[in-house]
Design a protein around this ligand. Structure first.
Ligand code: ATP
Ligand code: MG
Length: 284
């Protein structure tokens, strides 16, 4: 009997969050690194379907770093990174489009549908969602890597309003119609801003942002985050994550979190419980 009461208490604890988030948009980035386990993929899909059923508007953006790397590897191509961004020649871009837009995107769409939801897969070139230009990093041309110039979220709005869960692969398109590889965190941040999302949640393969001793930082202000980047505590793939959370907070997004996507039901735990221990919350 006690355990039944505890179950009821969990639902009661969730009630104020459900009420506050009704009708609100939540952009969730599912990192390629958190995605490697099938059980995690299924629990993530169930969480998102639950959000949709209780009246939130979830939008999924996914990465796919490890999946791209393993396909390139099989083709005998090495992955090269500059400041956490993949150097992308034309051949690599073909692989990026096949793996992100083809394989990874379909897998997520299908897992959402197996969980009882209805989802639609898109890339940032659909409906000219993500307009980009070539990104120059430290004066270096790193190929088909795009930085977001503008976001036209209408295709997402119409998909979501029709009752579907949009699943977006981070590929952008320039004025000439050429496609580019976009960091998935930047894509998620850009979408969250354009949709004026209530929440931006980035799921990754670590507990959250860690300090130099490897301890979880459960809250970070914009100034503290910049300090950790400058002193080299935040590096590589964590840099675009932290930068886009800081930007999102300045631009109309109410809350930004980095969450451990390896934990089962990480999304539900973060959204519907009072536990502060889930990941890193950015505070203005
Ligand atoms: N201060 C830090 N705290 C936590 N992780 C950090 C920190 N600095 C660097 N990292 C690295 O950032 C990584 C997360 O970014 P990464 O780009 O590898 O994954 P992802 O964005 O979740 O997946 P994908 O890029 O495939 O979408 C961590 O695994 C860790 O190695
Ligand atoms: Mg990354």
């Amino acid at each position: 009997m006690q355990s039944l009461v505890e179950k009821a208490e969990v639902l009661v604890e969730a009630l104020p969050y459900m009420r506050r988030l009704l009708g609100k948009t939540v952009v969730i980035k599912f990192g390629g690194h958190a995605m490697v386990d099938a059980g995690i993929g299924a629990s993530f899909a169930v969480d998102v379907v639950l959000l949709k059923h209780i009246g939130l508007k979830p939008v999924i953006v996914h990465g796919g770093g490890p999946q791209i790397a393993s396909t390139l590897n099989r083709l005998g191509k090495e992955s090269v990174f500059v400041e956490g961004l993949r150097v992308t020649d034309d051949e690599t871009m073909d692989v990026v489009e096949m793996v992100l837009g083809g394989k990874v995107n379909r897998e997520i769409v299908e897992s959402v549908q197996r969980a009882g939801g209805r989802s639609v897969g898109l890339t940032g070139s659909d409906g000219a969602l993500l307009r980009v230009r070539k990104k120059i990093v430290d004066g270096q041309d790193i190929g088909r890597v795009g930085e977001i110039v503008s976001v036209d979220p209408r295709v997402i709005v119409s998909v979501a309003e029709s009752g579907f869960i949009p699943v977006v692969a981070p590929i952008g398109v320039d004025d000439e119609g050429l496609t580019y590889n976009v960091n998935a965190d930047e894509a998620a941040g850009g979408l969250a801003e354009a949709l004026e999302a209530e929440k931006l949640m980035l799921l990754t393969d670590v507990e959250g942002v860690l300090d130099s001793e490897g301890k979880l930082l459960s809250q970070l202000t914009v100034d503290q985050a910049q300090k950790y980047i400058d002193e080299g505590t935040i590096t590589e793939g964590m840099i675009p994550k932290v930068s886009c959370c800081m930007r999102a907070l300045k631009n109309s997004v109410s809350r930004a979190h980095i969450v451990d996507g390896r934990v089962l039901h990480a999304v539900l735990l973060e959204i519907f419980t009072d536990d502060a221990g889930v990941g890193t919350l950015f505070v203005p």
